[in-house]
Every structure is written in structure tokens, then in C-alpha cells.
Design a protein. Structure first.
Lengths: 321, 321
């Protein structure tokens, strides 16, 4: 993973994001320099190296994905009214709403400009996959916003939402690398399934850690989702499993303003406990994790070539569970 | 023009914009049904028919451009806080800010999805042109916003702004049609120049009509730009030509709140009169108009094939000047 991270970071540093008009490009440069784990471009490079390594086109595709991902963060931060991203002010907070909208738009266009360089023989496949994925990410964001207003969200709907909002972009990152590596259609599709299922498992883990993490290692407040009545897998599963008394209590907890937030979190966790939600969630995570590994095992490639992908799964899924 | 309009409208009506999640797609359908003159897709079709007619790929490219153009309107309306578009509520007014941002984003992605269908042999050229143009449109919008805050905008800067914000998309519409019609590089470039110069002339005419139109035919209030201190070609030219006394008076008029708006408009128009701004603007328009016709005349094609393009120029440039 270190090698792919270096490859990507070197390529990123060679790019010039500071053009004219500077009021438009400075925020883009700011956003791209904020860092982050660069998981998606690393997956793209790994997806390529699993097959025939084709460095330059892959780096361009990887950067397209990373810029697109950062564009979604810029616009999501507006929609969520988020003041902070990666410990720094968000673009709309630092530069204003209009700049955040327009520089986000330009980032998306810029992502497409990097796709120009994937090679004509791969362009249509990569472009089609990128478009489909980008549209799905928007659908996922809309569902996420819709769910905030709805009281009847089902678990399959929730899984569809996280699949679109998060998992498909991880999957597409891998698959784009595979396409540029001349993988067969089946291999590329298996790698996509691997990424999609890891993505879903990762998002479920995020829900899990909010309730059950070691606060110090987790890096954010335990119970934040509960305090905000966020419709996580845990809450939806609890509502689905609850007996009428538990259901009434849970509904009351998530619809009335608590006098004491810590007590509210404890009360919800206690219901989760009674309903074995911790174990339910672990099983669900494991099921997607297993599906992912199964898909990867379908690909005929030497184990040492698969190792970086298994390492990144361990990294993503090993967060204090 | 009637034929090309029908071709495009028929194709547009075959599309289905109403998908799930409906909170995201309903606003897109609303926007695409609001109408407008469909100038850009019509230019794309005409650009194609000037060379080898290739209907289906051209219609897809034409729709990509029209969706992209409508995306820019959705996001521009947020930035301008505009309540009304084509006589109807704007998306952010009708559906809220977040929906306007996200449905705009999805419209851009959707535009790219239509580009998938231009044919593999044309894809890279069309895609590259589309990307470059889309980025320029964003640059133009940023300059336009920047100019509102600046008091030292020059005429070349202003021309660059309208070229990016408006003219290049008209030019690219024509050129995309030409590429799909197997035009030579030179022919496609001449058609691009034709469109770009018509676009600049058209935008200058817009400035001109604000001051000198027959109010009834123009359909909006004469002097609106003057009332808003908009940095039009007329104002910038007047500031550039003014003697010190006129300059001081003009500066005072555009920086202090008037007690009587009609009197302010009259005072500015009176300075324009003294400086012969009407004729200066007509000459500038004519110069770009001539450049456009010159570029078109460089293309070897039968006159009857060029006629639709000349007709649309007459329509665009014949507005009561």
C-alpha cells in the first residue's frame, strides 16, 4: 500500500491546480491539499497492478476518481452545513457558498479531463463506468437526505443507500484499474463485487463503531449517531427486532428532545443490548466481508498480487471491532 | 431551423427524466421541460448537417449540451439568488438549495452520459472539447462574479469573460456536430470561430439592447443594467472614453444610491450619448459579426447547406438593433 500511495502522491504533486481566475482555483487547490487517505486512487492502482500494470493511464484515472470524490465532499459539506473537513474549514465556510458550488462544479469537470488520458481503447468502458457510478453517488446522497425525513426506512433501503453513496465508488475505482489492466469482463466484474461488498461492510463498521468503539482509538465521540437520531443499520435493525414495548420506547427516544444526552445514548444502547444489535451488526459486516473475499478468490491471480488488496481490507476493516 | 428544432424536440420527448429517487429527478424533469429556444442543440445539429449528416450520435451530443446548459442555469440561479427562470420558479426557489445543488450535479453527469453515444471514433475529440468548454464556462461565471466587486475591469477582460461564459458553448455545439459529421480539423475550427464570434456579438447586442431597445419588443425593462451598475461593454467603453469630468460624473452615478432611478438611467444614457457609445457598440458588434461570417465563408460547402446557419444568425442578431 505504501508503494501505491507514493505513486499517487507523486503524481498528484506534479499537477498544477492554481490557474486563473484564482478565486475559483485556489479553493480547489486547498481542497486537494487537505489530504485524506487517498483510498480510492490507491484501489485504482491496485486494481490495475492485479492485472497488467499500465501506470500512466491508471494514475490519470486514479486522480479523476480522487478529484470526483473531493468534489462530492465539497458539495456534501454545503448540504450538511458542515463547518469543518479534515480539521480545516470547509470551502463554503472559508470562501463562501457561491465559490463552493462553482469550484465543486469545476472539480467534477476536471475529473473528466483526467479521464481523457486513460487511452482510447479503454475510454468508452472507463467513461461509462465513471458516469454510472457518479450518478449513483448522487442518488445515494439524495436517499440519505430523504431518509432524514422518513420514519419508515427499511434495512434493504438503507443498504441500497450506503451502496450508492459509498460502496460503488470504491468498486468502480478497482474496476477502472482492472479495465486499464486488460482484465477480462468477468475479472473486472469480480473485482467490482469485491470493492462493493467491502464498501458496504466498511460503512456498516462505521455505524458499529459509533456505538461500540473505544472512544480514544475511534477519534470521535461514541454515540454521536444516536444523539443525532441518525438512521444507522443499528437503529433500523433495533426498530425491526423490537417488541411493541421496546419499539415505543425507542421511538420516544428518537423523536423527543432529551433532557440529558448521555442518558439518552445509554437508554438506546441498553435497548440495542437487549436486542443483541452488536452481534447482529457484526454478522452483517462479516457477511459482506465474506462476499468480498469470495469475489476476489474467483480471480485467477498469484496470491502475492492479491496481497495488497487483502492488506487494505485489513486496514479498512480492522478498526477496533 | 424549424426542421432541426423538431428533430431535437422529438428526441428530447423520448427521454425519461423521471427516475428514483424522485426528489432528485423531478426537479431535473421540471427544468428540462421549462423550454427555452434550444439554440445550442440546434446549432449542434446544423453543424453536423453542414457536413455528413449522422443523426443519432448528433442528437445525443446535442442533448448533452442542452442538459449541460440547463445545469449551468440551475447553479447560476443559486449564485444569483434568482427567484424566476423562464417565467417559473427556479429550482432552489421551488425545491430548496440542497436539491438545486444536487440535481444540478446530476444534470452535469447526465450530460456526460449522453456523450457515451456519440460513437467511439468521435468520443475522444468530442469529450475533450466538451470538457474544455465546460471548464471555460465555469471560468467565465467566476470572472462575471469577480467583476461585480472590481472597479478596474478592462474591455479585453470583459470580452474574455463573455467569450467564456457564453460564446464558447455555442462554438463547441457547432464544432461537436462538425466532428461527428467528419469535418476536417480546419473546417471544424472555422465553424468553432463562427460560433464564438457570433456568441460574442450576441452578448454585446444584449448589452446594447438594454440601453437602446424598443422596450415593448425587448420584453424587459430598458436600462436595467444601468440601474444595477452592471459592468456592460457600454459602461466600460464609456469609462474608457470619458474625459475627467465625465468620468467623475459616471463614477458618482454608479457608486451612489440614486434618489430617482429613472433620472439616473437618463443621466448615464446622456453621457453615453455624448461619448457616442451607441455607435461604438454597433461597430464592435459588427466587427465580431463580420469575423463570424468570414470564418463561415472559409468552409467549402454549398450555399444552401450554410443557409440554416445564416438564418439563425439573422434571428439571433436581428433583435431590434
Amino acid at each position: 500500500m505504501k508503494k501505491q500511495t507514493e505513486q499517487f502522491n507523486n503524481f498528484l504533486q506534479q499537477q498544477n491546480f492554481l490557474k486563473e481566475p484564482k478565486n475559483l482555483y485556489t479553493p480547489i487547490d486547498y481542497m486537494m491539499q487537505l489530504g485524506g487517505k487517498r483510498i480510492r486512487p490507491i484501489l485504482c492502482i491496485m486494481g490495475n497492478q492485479l492485472f497488467e500494470s499500465n501506470e500512466h493511464p491508471t494514475l490519470n484515472a486514479a486522480l479523476a476518481i480522487e478529484i470526483f470524490h473531493n468534489f462530492t465532499l465539497v458539495h456534501d459539506d454545503i448540504m450538511d452545513e458542515a463547518p469543518i473537513r479534515r480539521g480545516q474549514p470547509t470551502i463554503q465556510h472559508k470562501y463562501g457558498l457561491n465559490t463552493a458550488i462553482l469550484s465543486g462544479d469545476l472539480m467534477m469537470i476536471w475529473a473528466y479531463q483526467y479521464l481523457e488520458k486513460v487511452g482510447t481503447q479503454y475510454l468508452l468502458d472507463v467513461f461509462t463506468l465513471f458516469n454510472k457510478t457518479a450518478a449513483q453517488v448522487c442518488d445515494g446522497q439524495q436517499w440519505d437526505m430523504d431518509f432524514e425525513e422518513r420514519q419508515d426506512v427499511t434495512i434493504p433501503e438503507y443498504i441500497t443507500m450506503i451502496e450508492h453513496k459509498t460502496a460503488v465508488l470504491l468498486a468502480a475505482s478497482l474496476k477502472m484499474g482492472a479495465i486499464i489492466g486488460n482484465a477480462t469482463k468477468e475479472e473486472a466484474e469480480d473485482l467490482y463485487k469485491f470493492g462493493k461488498n467491502i464498501g458496504i461492510a466498511f460503512q456498516l463498521q462505521d455505524d458499529y463503531l459509533d456505538a461500540y468503539a473505544n472512544a480514544e482509538k475511534f477519534g470521535k465521540k461514541v454515540g454521536g449517531d444516536i444523539a443525532q437520531n441518525k438512521k444507522t443499520f443499528l437503529l433500523l435493525k433495533a426498530l425491526a427486532k423490537a417488541n411493541p414495548t421496546q419499539h415505543t420506547e425507542l421511538q420516544k427516544l428518537i423523536t423527543t428532545k432529551p433532557t440529558n444526552e448521555t442518558e439518552k445514548i445509554q437508554a438506546v444502547l441498553s435497548i440495542y443490548n437487549d436486542l443483541d444489535i452488536k452481534e447482529e451488526t457484526r454478522q452483517q459486516m462479516k457477511s459482506y466481508h465474506d462476499k468480498a473475499l469470495k469475489a476476489l478468490s474467483n480471480i485467477q491471480a498469484p496470491q502475492e498480487k492479491k496481497q495488497p488488496l487483502l492488506d487494505i481490507v485489513d486496514l479498512l476493516m480492522g478498526r477496533d471491532v
